[in-house]
Design a protein around this ligand. Structure first.
Ligand code: KIV
Ligand code: ZN
Length: 549
């Protein structure tokens, strides 16, 4: 006898993550290749279906990062609900050279995609591209035809669709479907639309574009009016089956739709959104911490899902309700997003194995040397603090992880300061050739004095554009985590390229450092940022072939 099950298969919404492409376009979010690889591995564990790994034509460095992600992360299936590896996508403007470069970067991944885009709004056609609508259609067809000659999985985006004439969009999209596009992505590039409008646009396009049923409809929203998540969800309710998102919502200007908000809305409100995703929500917190640490972009405490206060209950009346029944004030359990108290209590008596195990459980895959160093540092912190929490581990691991190439290393720092003394710092550094240098400097405060002394030794001029210091955990013995951003000064400036505007932007470099001493944490953060600046300068010299956009 067969059991009658009242189970209707839900449709899947494909999660397309663009943290490493649109997210990396956030001012100052420059990531090095090792950081990109580590984030891509975490996206794979998180269950992301498609990872847009970068914009390969932008520079040889960008190409190499996408290629390595395709090669090293592209085949991974471990822990993935779908059982399938991620699709690795590369972005390309609607030009053969771009498309070929994107294909060459992603082709080693078992599943790969070319994502090509061309603006369709009148304002972009007239002022940016200086072409008319007819030329726009011809370029779009040519781009998709060429991309399909290389690859079966081709996505086309009519940039600034949110401000494009819907009937012109119908025309362009009908043509690119004929040319072989398999996914049509509708971007609200400048975050202009409202949920009702954007949902209506998706419905209109699906109902009126010839061949609409042959493709997957996707959306890509920006958050300029704070509506990116609402617009994305309105699109899902109107038939979009791919959403383009980033971890923590990072991205151009006010950012992109945040992955965690969309995934948790779908998971928490199944009656409203009759779809599902392949996301393993318990990996969300780790992904959020990792992206924040590597990009140097702090998450606001009240940010939905991943903010430090997202599951904190302060008001007495709330706490009372929570004690009776958690559902009084909690619509999601913290564990569902991976926010768990460490099951293991670590302290100064814990062995190295216990530390290693917890680091791995938290999702880090450190090379042996760095793992050893992180464990040694944690043991030293445990000598000063009673217990080591996951937050301590994350701070030390993020601090230790991929500081390489360690062109300069901090050996010692000492400061004297106070209300009558002129703050003075002495620093002792070692370079990659093993040479050691000492210098001292005065400053307006102890951190300034340390930074002056470091700059004198290293000889790089830069200005500090952001500096923050946070306690990792509660209590007076807490570790401090310094997070900074610097901009090279006096002709030392390096540039990145924005694929949409074609404009160069000044690169800033983030650095982080953790220690139980705020001055040491600040010094480590500064050296980290300077090492990134110096190594990217080496790459930029190789990047002489960087494309003129
Ligand atoms: O915002 C945008 O239009 C984009 C496209 C390249 C999809 O990022
Ligand atoms: Zn975008």
């Amino acid at each position: 006898m067969s059991i009658d099950r009242d189970v209707t298969e839900k449709e899947t919404v494909v999660i397309f993550d663009t943290t490493l492409r649109d997210g990396e376009q956030s001012p100052g979010a420059t990531l090095n290749v090792e950081e990109k690889l580590e984030i891509a591995r975490q996206l794979s564990r998180l269950g992301v279906d498609i990872c847009e790994a970068g914009f390969p034509i932008a520079s040889p460095g960008d190409f190499e990062a996408v290629r390595r992600i395709a090669e090293e992360v592209g085949p991974l299936t471990e822990g993935r609900k779908s059982g399938q590896p991620m699709v690795i996508a590369g972005l390309a403007r609607a030009a053969e050279r771009d498309i070929q470069r994107a294909y060459d970067a992603v082709k080693v991944a078992p599943r790969h995609r070319i994502h090509t885009f061309l603006a369709t709004s009148d304002i972009h056609l007239e002022y940016k591209l200086k072409i008319d609508r007819e030329e726009c259609i011809d370029q779009a067809i040519a781009a998709v035809t060429f991309a399909r000659s290389l690859c079966n999985d081709v996505e086309f985006s009519p940039e600034d669709a949110g401000r494009s004439d819907p009937d012109f969009l119908v025309q362009v999209l009908g043509e690119v479907i004929k040319a072989g596009a398999t996914t049509l992505n509708i971007p609200d590039t400048v975050g202009y639309t409202t949920p009702e409008e954007f949902g209506g646009l998706i419905k209109y396009l699906r109902e009126n574009t010839p061949g609409a049923d042959k493709v997957v409809w996707s959306v890509h929203c920006h958050n300029d009016l704070g509506l990116a998540t609402a617009n994305t969800l309105a699109a899902v309710q109107n038939g979009a089956r791919q959403v383009e998102v980033t971890i923590n919502g990072i991205g151009e200007r006010a950012g992109n739709t945040s992955l965690e908000e969309v995934a948790m809305a779908i998971q928490t409100r199944p009656q409203v959104f009759d779809v599902e995703t392949n996301i393993d929500s318990t990996q969300i917190t780790q992904a959020s911490h990792m992206v924040s640490a590597y990009t140097g972009m702090m998450v606001q405490p009240n940010k939905a899902i991943v903010g430090a206060n997202a599951f904190a209950h302060e008001a007495g009346i709330h706490q009372h309700g929570m004690l009776q029944n958690q559902e009084t004030y909690e619509i999601m359990r913290p564990e569902t997003v991976g926010l768990t108290a460490s099951k293991l209590v670590l302290g100064k008596h814990s062995g190295k194995h216990a530390y290693k195990k917890r680091i791995e459980e938290l999702g880090y895959s450190l090379p042996d040397d760095e793992l050893r160093q992180a464990v040694n540092r944690l043991k030293r912190v445990a000598d000063k603090k009673k217990t080591i929490t996951d937050a301590d581990i994350r701070a030390i691991v993020a601090d230790e992880l991929y500081r390489a190439p360690e062109i300069w290393k901090l050996l010692h720092v000492q400061v004297s300061s106070g209300d009558v003394l002129m703050p003075t710092a002495t620093v002792h550094l070692k370079n990659e050739n093993g040479e050691e240098f000492r210098d001292a400097a005065l400053g307006t405060g102890p951190v300034d004095a340390v930074y002056q002394a470091i700059s004198r030794i290293i000889g790089v001029k830069s200005s500090l554009v952001e500096y923050s210091i946070n306690a990792v955990t509660e209590g007076l013995d807490a570790q401090a985590e310094a997070s900074i951003r610097i901009e090279p000064a006096n002709g030392e400036t390096t540039y990145g390229v924005n694929p949409q505007t074609g404009r160069q932007y000044i690169r800033t470099y983030s650095g982080r450092g953790a220690s139980t001493d705020v001055v040491v944490a600040s010094a480590r953060a500064y050296i980290h940022a300077l090492n990134k600046l110096l190594s990217s300068r080496e790459h930029d010299e190789d990047d002489s072939a960087a494309v003129e956009l």
